[in-house]
Each structure stands twice: as structure tokens, then as C-alpha cells.
Design a protein around this ligand. Structure first.
Ligand code: SAM
Length: 264
């Protein structure tokens, strides 16, 4: 993986990047090649999520639905949304094969349109908020569709280490050049384990920008986790060695509160 020059892609181009990545992404995710997911982020995120039986759950930027299906298998009533037609097509195909009752919708996470207010107990966003250009609008939409007391749990590449880590894949290590401020960048997905190399666009923001957006949407942060691999997972996925010393991701759990807390 390599972080490239700032590219300034329009939304349609960003969406098309995910459309053309979809087939290789499906192989990457479904055949156990995404070891950061299987050995690091999913164990920690699902531990934080806890019991979802009978909860109404919305998974935003759900991709081809790998984690959406895990939520449904755990007994949640799940809706998955993504803005890539191809990702949603693969997700729906999987639903036809294994009927879990998941409802998939083609939607921009920053505009959940006709999704009802105060409907969901839990909204998840797995390693995707950094890919959503208008993350503030997406977070305000999450707050709108959550019930009071409902939770929003999301993971992102750790904004403090993502550039160091992406460069490390190229055999170089250098300090983060510009942590503060927002920047758009291209990721070259060029690992050997992919069936096809592809490019996507992501958006760097400081951790404080995410916290500010949550605060403004009345989502109060409950917990923050910087996952580390357990011994068994390290044995199984030796590629996770470096995550013992530096976080790859951060997972944040927040909760929708009423007006009182902000007036206090
Ligand atoms: C890194 S993938 C992660 C997918 C999924 N959450 C998972 O864990 O497999 C990022 C996903 O975000 C989606 N995405 C990016 N921007 C979006 C937006 N504005 N609205 C909805 N989906 C978006 C992409 O289409 C892609 O499927």
C-alpha cells in the first residue's frame, strides 16, 4: 500500500474507484487475506460492540457486507448502506446465497435521505469514515437516525500513524509530514495478495476533528481503543508484528445523548 500525492478527485471519481476495486476487494476480504481485519480490528471492534441480538443496526459504508453479515449472524436486524453500486451488488449476491434478512441500500453516508429519525440502536462504520469526504455530514446523519442512548461505533486508520505505516510498506519510515489540517490522498492498493491492484481516495483529518464532529452532533465519546493483536492472532498472522509497537487503527464508541448534557 502506498500513500500518493494529493489528488483532488471529484465524488463521482471516488465512487468509481470503489466500483472498480469491488471484485478484488471481495476476494481480499472473503478469503482471509485482510489480516488486519481478521486478526486485529474485528476482534477488538466486535468486543466493543458486544451483544447485538434484536438490535436495529445500520452499517454505513458497508462495502460488500462482510462485517454487516457478522452483525446479522449475531442476531441484529441490519441495514447496510454504501455509495458504490458494485459493492452493493456483491453484498446483495451474498444475501441471496445466505439469507440473513439484511437490507442493502445504495446511499451516500452523508445523505441518508428517507432513513427515519431515531430508528437505530447502533450505527457502525468499519474502517470507512476516512473514505467519506463529508464526514461531518455523515456523523450528523448518524446522530439523526440513532435513538437517544443509541451508539455509534467506528474504526479508522489511526490518524497519528497512518502515513508512517503506509510508507513502511514501501520500506521507508519517515515522520508524519502534516498531521494538522485536512488532506486528500490516494492509496495504491498494490500488495501481492490482491488479485488486482487498485487505487482509492481517502481523507486525512486529525483525531480532534472527528471528536469535534461527534461533539457537535451530540455524540459523546465513551471509549477509545487502539487495538493490539493477541498472541494467538500474532501466531496466525505474522504480518501483524508491527502493530505490537504502533497502532494501525483506532476504534471509537460514542453515544447519542439528549439536549441536557450540552446545556449543562
Ligand atoms: C475500506 S472500504 C470498507 C468497507 C466495509 N466497511 C468493510 O469493512 O469491509 C470503504 C467503503 O466506503 C465506501 N464509501 C466511501 N465513501 C462513501 C460515502 N460517501 N457513502 C457511502 N459509502 C462510502 C466505499 O464504497 C467502500 O465500500
Amino acid at each position: 500500500m502506498r500513500r500518493g500525492e494529493r489528488s483532488l478527485q471529484d465524488d463521482d471519481t471516488v465512487k468509481k474507484e470503489w466500483d472498480s476495486a469491488a471484485e478484488a476487494w471481495v476476494d481480499f476480504v472473503r478469503t482471509g487475506k485482510d489480516y488486519y481485519r481478521d486478526g486485529l480490528n474485528n476482534p477488538a471492534t466486535f468486543e466493543l460492540i458486544g451483544d447485538v441480538k434484536n438490535l436495529a443496526v445500520l452499517d454505513i459504508a458497508c462495502g460488500e457486507g462482510y462485517n454487516t453479515r457478522i452483525l446479522a449472524r449475531k442476531g441484529a436486524e441490519v441495514t447496510g448502506v454504501d455509495f458504490s453500486e458494485q459493492m452493493i451488488r456483491f453484498a446483495q449476491q451474498a444475501e441471496e446465497k445466505e439469507k440473513l434478512g439484511i437490507c442493502y441500500r445504495l446511499m451516500d453516508a452523508a445523505n441518508l435521505g428517507e432513513v427515519s429519525n431515531h430508528h437505530f440502536d447502533l450505527v457502525t462504520c468499519f474502517m470507512s469514515l476516512q473514505d467519506i469526504r463529508d464526514f461531518r455530514k455523515a456523523i450528523s446523519e448518524v446522530a439523526r437516525v440513532l435513538k437517544e442512548g443509541g451508539r455509534f461505533i467506528f474504526s479508522i486508520p489511526h490518524p497519528c500513524t497512518e502515513q508512517i505505516r503506509l510508507d513502511k510498506h514501501e520500506g521507508k519510515v519517515r515522520a508524519v509530514e502534516r498531521y494538522f489540517g485536512a488532506s486528500e490522498y490516494t492509496i495504491d492498493w498494490n500488495m501481492k495478495r490482491l488479485t488486482k491492484h487498485f487505487r482509492t481516495t481517502s481523507f486525512h483529518r486529525p483525531l480532534a476533528a472527528y471528536f469535534d464532529a461527534l461533539y457537535k452532533s451530540k455524540l459523546l465519546v465513551k471509549r477509545l481503543v487502539e487495538p493490539q493483536p493477541k498472541q494467538a492472532e500474532l501466531k496466525r498472522y505474522p504480518g501483524l508484528q508491527d502493530v505490537q509497537v504502533m497502532p494501525q487503527s483506532v476504534i471509537i464508541e460514542s453515544m447519542k445523548r439528549g439536549d441536557d448534557i450540552h446545556n449543562a
